[in-house]
Design a protein around this ligand. Structure first.
Ligand SMILES: [Ca+2]
Ligand SMILES: [Ca+2]
Ligand SMILES: [Ca+2]
Ligand SMILES: [Ca+2]
Length: 340
């Protein structure tokens, strides 16, 4: 039997992850964070670890605010926190993170989603600068970004960016526990949502190749799936046609499989592909997804792709929901998204 031992503390991964109330959660906002990316930020051949952090409803004085953390791999089983010297100190309701070299300079860049404005960190030889505003990918500041993935959807050699949004959420107007029908569970007042709240739309940014992006959400038909509670984003070529497709695991709503139509548009084919619902035809608490090639056929050169939707809600284990055949996985170096 394989056994795993938690070596986090011994390895130096000691910063606490803060996300809302410790004993109680008043709002669903306090429940969703946060993601992790494992990538080689300094090109020394050893994978490093970036961990997104959150905050609390009460907030913190600036000098005590929790920050995201980047841990440099020391090549000896330990890590050093290099957040400050790499320019990655940032606080807020951090959510997901994805990695991709959007400007093709050989250094992996970072995109971090927030309830609030998202951040795009350009990697300049191991030092990061937030260029989201200049690049046009910060968002409105009102959306609740969750998962994301870099993917070259139009195959022009420049990584584009798909950002999932969870619910249309406003702390000032959202009902409190006990208010409304969706804020009670068996007579007990509980936080509201996601059911009872408005879904949100996902966003696709096309890379212009000059360090800036254009919002092509409507043109690419990404918003035709409006109303889902979208979480994690995975890229894969499930039909092996050479064009990358995108799977979005959704909470309490059907999950989405954006098929790439090769003409700049996508069509959600999740129902027909058998990955929108579980085997009982029910929506799931889709939190994260992983795609992998399980086996290959020496005759047809097609791979089998399994899509997992995982939920840790109420202590449920991860479970396999669907199987798709005839797919091909994109390189995880060029398109990667990891959410806890
Ligand atoms: Ca490294
Ligand atoms: Ca880069
Ligand atoms: Ca592109
Ligand atoms: Ca495809």
């Amino acid at each position: 039997m394989v056994q795993f031992i938690d070596i986090g503390e011994k390895a130096g991964l000691t910063a606490p992850t803060i996300f809302g109330g410790v004993d109680t959660k008043k709002y669903i906002l306090e429940t969703t964070g946060s993601g992790v990316a494992i990538f080689d930020y300094d090109n020394d051949g050893w994978p490093d670890i970036f961990i997104v952090n959150g905050t609390t409803l009460e907030g913190f004085p600036p000098e005590k605010a929790p920050t995201n953390h980047l841990y440099h791999n020391n090549h000896d089983g330990t890590f050093t926190d290099v957040t400050v010297q790499t320019g990655l100190v940032a606080t807020g309701w951090g959510q997901g993170v994805c990695v991709g070299d959007y400007d093709n300079d050989g250094w992996e860049d970072l995109y971090v989603t927030y309830y609030g404005k998202n951040r795009l960190y350009h990697n300049d030889h191991g030092v990061f600068t937030d260029v989201a505003g200049k690049a046009g990918v910060a968002g409105s500041g009102k959306a609740w970004g969750t998962g994301c993935a870099f993917v070259d959807y139009n195959r022009d050699g420049h990584l584009d960016l798909l950002v999932a949004n969870y619910v249309d959420f406003n702390l000032r107007t959202v009902p409190t526990p006990g208010e409304g029908t969706s804020c009670n569970w068996k007579g007990i007042p509980v936080m509201c949502g996601p059911r009872g709240l408005q879904g949100s739309k996902n966003i696709l940014y096309e890379n212009r190749g000059d360090g800036t992006f254009t919002d092509v959400t409507t043109k690419a038909h990404i918003d035709r799936t409006n109303g889902h509670f979208a979480f994690s984003v995975s890229t894969l070529d499930f039909d092996d046609d050479g064009w990358p497709d995108v799977y979005v695991a959704c909470d309490s709503t059907p999950s989405i499989l954006y098929h790439n139509n090769h003409d700049g548009t996508f069509t959600d084919v999740a129902v027909m592909a058998g990955v929108a619902f579980n085997e009982d035809g029910r929506e799931q608490a889709g939190m994260g997804a992983a795609t992998t090639a399980m086996e290959s056929s020496p005759t047809s050169h097609t791979l089998r792709v399994w899509v997992h939707t995982c939920s840790t809600w109420a202590g449920e284990p991860c479970f396999l929901t669907s199987t798709m055949t005839a797919g091909r996985i994109l390189s995880s170096r060029t398109a990667m998204c990891i959410r806890k």
